[in-house]
Design a protein around this ligand. Sequence first.
Ligand SMILES: [Zn+2]
Length: 258
Amino acid sequence: MVLVLQILLVLLMIILAIIIAFRISRKKPLRQLPANYKELLHDYVSFYRELNEEEKEEFEKRAEQFLSAVKITGVNAEAEDLDRVLIAAGAIIPVFNIHDWQYINLHEVLLYPGAFNYDFDQHGSDRNIAGMVGTGAMQNVMVITKWQLRQGFINSNDAHNTAIHEFVHLIDKMDGTMDGVPEIILERKYTERWRRLMNETIEQMKMHGSDIDMYAATNTTEFFAVISEYFFEQPLLLQQYHPDLFEMLQRIYKTGNR
Ligand SMILES: [Zn+2]
């Protein structure tokens, strides 16, 4: 009788060990991303395509975290799987090397079909309203148009990407002011140099024109967002034509070692 009990006990412990091992080995499924997320990221996001396997996994994990924290709502437009994946990609690309980053100032992204001119405050809207970061009652909300979102990724080397642009505004806004100086990620000793470099470049753009989109010359806030699009879409060109800007953006986005 004692022997039978002992055997039963051993069996029970083995079963328990198997269950625990199975639970540990099983990866947490990515619930927020669609089943074909790897395919979508690969086909549409050139930044992702160029990562190594380990980095790709990190990117997917971050996209998953983003989508579980931020609601994506279609307004007169359907938020399709591709749109959700692209919004998450736009969020992660600028902060990919800032590992503990969270968009605590964002709760919801509203996806509009095309240009929107509805009845909310359009202050702070971009480029004939391709996207905007909400203020006032729209605090913590980002608005982006589906068409611009997709174009930004389909044309991946034209230095334009509306999603990246809007997320850079959010990064800039995190320190309390949207002024083109992201004090939360840029070391204090560089903030003056960055501000000066932005203002000098804006002056030069106004006098001589530039290969940088002239929308950047609106003010330092827009300059930072536009030059960041350039940095993430055409880094080699930016490095060649504007080495000082390139170097400072590497410092801001911690991309120097990649
Ligand atoms: Zn803008």
